[in-house]
Design a protein around this ligand. Sequence first.
Ligand code: PLP
Length: 614
Amino acid sequence: MDYGIKTWGNDNFFIEDGKVKVNTGCEPSLIEIIQEIRKDGIRGPILLRFPHLIQKQIRMIYKSFADAKKEFGYEGNFSAVYPLKVNQFPNFVKNLVTLGQKYHYGLEAGSKAELILAMAYNNPDAPITVNGFKDNEMISLGFIAAEMGHNITLTIEGLNELESIISIAKDRFGCVPNIGLRIRLHSSGIGIWAKSGGINSKFGLTSTELLEAVNMLRDANLLEKFTMIHFHIGSQITDIAPLKKALREAGNIYAELCRMGATHLRAINLGGGLAVEYSQHKTTLHKNYTLSEYANDVVYLLKDIATQKGVHEPDIFIESGRFVAAHHAVLIAPVLELFSQEYTDQKLRPKEINPPLVQELYDLLGTMNRKNALEFLHDSIDHMESLLTLFDLGYIDLQDRSNTEILVNLIIKKAVGLVADKKLSEILDIQDRVQERYLVNFSLFQSLPDFWGIGQTFPVMPLDRLDEVPTRSASLWDITCDSDGEIGFNTETPLFLHDVDIKNRDYFLGFFLVGAYQEVLGMKHNLFTHPTEATIIIDDDGYAIENILESQSISDILEDLDYDIKEVQENLNDRIEASDIISEKEKKHILGEIYLFLNDNGYLKTINNEDNSQ
Ligand code: PLP
């Protein structure tokens, strides 16, 4: 069982000695990294960032386009910008900017806050593109960036923005940003993120508006600032066909605008869309193309159109961020509990005379073997349903009911162990009925919001025991008080985990490919905040754990919600002081405890067993 690591893993991780290891330098295992971090008392979910995986993705993009340009003798330049919306966290962005320096890798901003970040951190000589709806203030910010010397292109989403640019240009200091026009294609993308393209999309200028925009620019003597057309048919474009269709349409619009006298128009910006393979199962692959196929198609198609229409080959811009960011982050979360862990034979309390069906369960457990395992399993589940009905009708007592639950769970475990090596298809149905629920110390709303919001799945696997066959069909429960916080077992994409006794041994799950969108879309449901994070730098001699940033304390979370933390503290203090249930000494002790709680984060720490804090 390799959890599809070869399908989604991009060669970034591999399994050896039963552990997931990082495929670079000294090849540390993820579990040793986590244990090292936990030595300092850090508990709860931890997000690991691997800068070498950011570097790898950036390098691959530039190399693929350089190869494609060479193969087709393409004369236009290639540039890329990273869209900040995908992940704005400083320990990601600052690494990305440094690693992208030698390529002049730029930044894309879609809001004032992102533009400020781009202006503060972008590499000198690297481009900035600005998309999204803009007011006068945001456009003025774009002018300030140009005045600071940034190579910035403001992409216009509507003619009113162009009017603002023309008017602001008159009032400022003569330095005008480059202007891009976002075109509204009739081609659209596919999949859950495809709403950004198509004739009814939220963004872009129609053909009529494009013609009007060119006239407005000409009248304002700003035509030479019009350098780029832009389109974006959606994120995670899993099929190459719609992208090729969109490129043909955009390429022809580019050529027509050049022929109409847009003399400084030089670039086509394809937006984002490069897909990431999130699937753990070969039968449900998400994307149907490789990066080099994408680069070849883009270069070939644009060359073809430029040749046919007799215009110069455009510079190519891309804004794919998911592809760059997704791989770099892995969320590691401890399993706190297996729900059936409570069901041990020590807890059985047989009566002198058990009800017949309970006695039957004892017999099934005692006589079960490999041959009859599935049949006995079915029988036991039927018996359990009958026994629960008998309880509802008052014919058996709570002791009988408890014995029933324990016996059925013991039968399930024994049966699953006996048939573990049978063909998956034969036991999938039964696995579906006898799922184990793993309580995992993380918030799905905070760390995998796309799973909650749009059903996007992410690869998940244990970090060790990978040389043992996992026998339990798993559904994962997070620690929020919300039944939506669950990744249920799915027979199409089944997840099997190990039958572990958490009281004796840690068991960690890794959620992979969580570096794009998840961190900033994450919600503070139940006031669980961004998990503790650490950056891992690996070379041949070892690895370093840098920039550990602990998850926010409860005081900070409450302050973020605009609670006056002094008032919260005073209220607590007053109420403790006023209590007549406890002594003065006990009050002092409790005040100290409250202080510690307020300064700690809200994730779970110790469950049942002091030695095994999570
Ligand atoms: N550029 C624009 C204009 C976008 O709207 C988006 C995201 O939707 C992107 C780039 C990033 O695309 P991706 O998610 O494929 O990286």
